[in-house]
Design a protein around this ligand. Sequence first.
Ligand SMILES: Nc1ncnc2c1ncn2[C@@H]1O[C@H](COP(=O)(O)OP(=O)(O)OP(=O)(O)O)[C@@H](O)[C@H]1O
Length: 312
Amino acid sequence: MTDLTFLPGRTALEAVGLGVKHRRGWALRDCSFRVPAGRVCALVGPNGAGKSTLLSVAAGLRRAGAGSLSVLGRAPGGPEARPRVAFLAQDKPLYPNFTVADTLRMGEELNPGRWDRAAAERLVRQGNLPPHARVGTLSGGQRTRVALALAFGKRPELLLLDEPMSDLDPLVRHEMMAALMAEAAENATTIVLASHVLAELEGVCDYLLLIGGGRVRLAGEVEDLISAHRLVVGRHEEPGPPRAFAVHTVVESRTVGRQLTALIRPEGPLAGKWETGEPSLEDLLLAHLRAPDAPPLLTPSAEPRSAGVVAA
Ligand SMILES: Nc1ncnc2c1ncn2[C@@H]1O[C@H](COP(=O)(O)OP(=O)(O)OP(=O)(O)O)[C@@H](O)[C@H]1O
């Protein structure tokens, strides 16, 4: 991602000891992390990890039960944050009886002084959506396009997207990803994008937040997180893990036949005849998803800076 979008020192999201409780228990527990402004951040985690919960707290739709989450330095959902944040929820609520044109008009009326009509209309036009079609008659992917147009038209400083591309065909998905990247680069918009499509995140996201079991597992610049790990392959015939790994943090290690493949965080040179290489983002994420007990890692920029108290 281009450095032009990096806004030194500014914070888009900051959680300090954040806990969120649903009826059945805590969805998020003691989460502390920071996402700097101007980043395109992938929000990844297994089903039920708490991604939607986190985004709904950031959007001001749900309250924290413990600790705090600040959005652009303010309380989520407050008068200062609300106009600057757009949220596209998984179910993309739209009015089915409104036409596409009515929906964009509503966006304009709800966002006086901010609405970018050209950007919203361009997105709708690119999908060949008839302006007079009722939203309820559109396909799932077409409704997603309208919902994205509403979110883009708001010209948010922070765009929260909860698996926005899941019902788009591959070509449209590609086109929408490109539109997101252009948006981020042109307007220094911070994007937090929850997604299960790991391959789609590579080359698009420059920041990562991996949550699992309601806790933060990885947070920071994709580049730094990747370079903190090594993918190790080699022959291993003895039972148990190789002795050479003892001084390193082993995230995951698997042996098929005599071939061992491991993802480690090296604490120094690795002894022995191993082939080592840099993991891809997908390698990194898959290994951490398969190893839920691996120790967490936050890069310095992902450490919270405040004590967690924010004004509305
Ligand atoms: N409204 C609710 N009432 C009760 N429990 C809920 C509610 N919403 C979410 N949960 C629970 O909170 C936990 C986190 O759910 P959440 O939807 O945030 O996860 P997620 O990471 O977005 O999952 P997915 O990848 O499946 O969308 C889950 O255990 C879920 O069952």
